[in-house]
Design a protein around this ligand. Structure first.
Ligand SMILES: [Zn+2]
Length: 381
C-alpha cells in the first residue's frame, strides 16, 4: 500500500508513514540550518550545537509538513472520503485520499485547508520568535522559529501556485468544476496549467544548474519533472474515467460464453473448444450443471503439451468463488474496482442466475481502441 513507507505514528486515527527519502530531505534541511543560518546569524557557534539546532529545526519542519497534510486528511474524512493515511517522502507529504470528490466544492475546501494550516503555522512561528526576542533569548534560539516561519511561508506560496496537482491547482480545478459543472474540462485546464508550470520550473532549474547553484537547479528540475508526470497522470486518469462513465457491463462483456464440462482433459479442451472459438476464457460446469470454475488461456499455456492428457479442465481453472460476479446492468466502473489479480482480470456476468457473459482484460482494452473520436463525442455530450 505505502510502497516502502515505514509507519511512524497514528494521529486521530490517521496513519502516518515515511519513505526512506525523508532522511535525505531531513539531512538537507538540517544542513541548511547548521551550515547556513547558524554561521550567518550566530557566528562562532560550536559545530555540535549548530547541528543540534539544525536537527531540531528539520524535525519541526517535517512536523509542519505533517500538520499541513493532516489538515487535508481530516477534512477529507469529514467530507466522507476515504483517507488511507499520510506519506512523507522526498518532496514533502502526500495525504492519500481515495474515493470520489463528488463535488468541486469539496475538492476546493479539502485543497484549501492545507495552505490554511501552513498560514496558521507561519503566524505561530512569527509570534514565537517575537516572544523569544522580547524576553531576550539568544540568537541561536530565535533563529529556529524565524527559519520555520520563512520555510512555511515558502511552502504556502509554492502550494498555492494554480498548477494541478498542487493545492492551488486543485483549488482551481474545484473552482472551474463548480463553475462549468464539467469535471473533465476543469481537470484538463488545471492539468495544462500544471504541465506549463512544471516546464517553467525545469527551465529555471536548467539555468540554475549552469549559471547559479547546481544543487538547487537539480532540485528544481526534479520537482518540475515530478509535477509534469503527476499533471499528465491526473489528466489521463480523468479521461479514462470519463470514457468509461455511463457504460454498462452488458455493453462491454463477451456474450454467450462457451461453458465446458469441468472433467474433460486439457487436451480435449484445447482441441474441441479453444481452437474453434475466439474466447480467451471458458467457464466450467460440474456434473450437476453448476458453474465451478473459469479456465483462462494463461492457465492452459502453463500446462506442458505432454501433460495435457493427464490433467483436467478443473485442475487448471480458477475456482468460481474467486472470480468476481457482475450484473449486465451494472456500471463498468463499479465492476473495475472489484476485479483483481486473483481472477486474472476477469469477471463472470450473471442475469438472474444464468451466466450470460465474461468480462476480460481484452474487452476493457477494446474500449480504448475506438480512438479519440469517441472520447471527444463523450466529452461533448
Ligand atoms: Zn497540500
Amino acid at each position: 500500500m505505502n510502497r516502502g513507507g515505514v509507519p511512524i505514528a497514528r494521529i486521530a486515527g490517521i496513519k502516518i508513514s515515511a519513505d526512506w527519502s525523508v532522511l535525505v530531505i531531513g539531512a538537507l534541511l538540517a544542513w541548511g540550518v547548521a551550515g547556513g543560518a547558524v554561521p550567518a546569524y550566530a557566528p562562532g557557534t560550536a559545530l555540535w550545537l549548530a547541528w543540534t539546532v539544525g536537527v531540531i529545526s528539520a524535525l519541526l519542519l517535517i512536523g509542519s509538513l505533517t500538520a499541513h497534510e493532516m489538515g487535508h486528511a481530516l477534512l477529507a474524512r469529514h467530507r466522507g472520503l476515504t483517507v488511507d493515511g499520510i506519506r512523507l517522502w522526498l518532496f514533502g507529504g502526500v495525504a492519500q485520499i481515495s474515493g470520489d470528490w463528488m463535488t468541486g466544492r469539496t475538492e476546493m475546501l479539502v485543497a484549501a485547508i492545507g495552505p490554511a494550516v501552513s498560514f496558521l503555522l507561519v503566524g505561530v512561528f512569527v509570534a514565537a520568535s517575537w516572544l523569544l526576542i522580547s524576553v531576550g533569548a539568544p540568537t541561536l534560539v530565535t533563529i529556529v522559529p524565524e527559519w520555520l516561519a520563512g520555510l512555511n511561508l515558502l511552502l504556502l506560496v509554492f502550494n498555492l501556485i494554480p498548477a494541478f496537482p498542487l493545492d492551488g491547482g486543485r483549488i482551481l480545478r474545484g473552482f472551474l468544476w463548480t463553475r462549468t459543472k464539467n469535471r473533465m474540462t476543469a481537470t484538463v485546464a488545471a492539468s495544462r496549467a500544471g504541465s506549463f508550470f512544471a516546464v517553467v520550473l525545469m527551465g529555471v532549474g536548467v539555468l540554475d544548474l549552469f549559471f547559479g547553484d547546481p544543487i538547487g537547479g537539480l532540485w528544481l528540475m526534479m520537482i518540475g519533472w515530478f509535477l509534469h508526470t503527476a499533471a499528465r497522470g491526473e489528466a489521463h486518469g480523468e479521461q479514462t474515467r470519463h470514457a468509461l462513465e455511463g457504460m454498462l457491463v452488458g455493453d462491454v462483456m463477451s456474450k454467450n460464453p462457451v461453458i465446458v464440462p469441468s472433467w474433460i482433459t486439457v487436451e480435449l479442451l484445447v482441441d474441441q473448444y479453444v481452437m474453434g472459438h475466439e474466447f480467451t476464457s471458458f467457464p466450467t460446469h460440474s456434473i450437476d450443471g453448476r458453474i465451478d470454475g473459469l479456465v483462462t488461456m494463461r492457465g492452459i499455456k502453463q500446462v506442458p503439451p505432454q501433460q495435457r492428457s493427464a490433467r483436467r479442465a478443473i485442475d487448471i481453472a480458477i475456482a468460481a468463488d474467486r472470480v468476481p460476479i457482475a450484473r449486465p446492468d451494472e456500471h463498468i466502473t463499479d465492476l473495475l474496482k472489484r476485479i483483481g489479480a486473483a481472477s486474472d482480470g476477469r469477471a463472470m456476468v450473471y442475469d438472474g442466475g444464468t451466466l450470460v457473459g465474461i468480462v476480460s482484460p481484452s474487452d476493457i482494452a477494446r474500449l480504448f481502441q475506438t480512438g479519440p473520436g469517441r472520447m471527444t463525442a463523450r466529452v461533448a455530450a
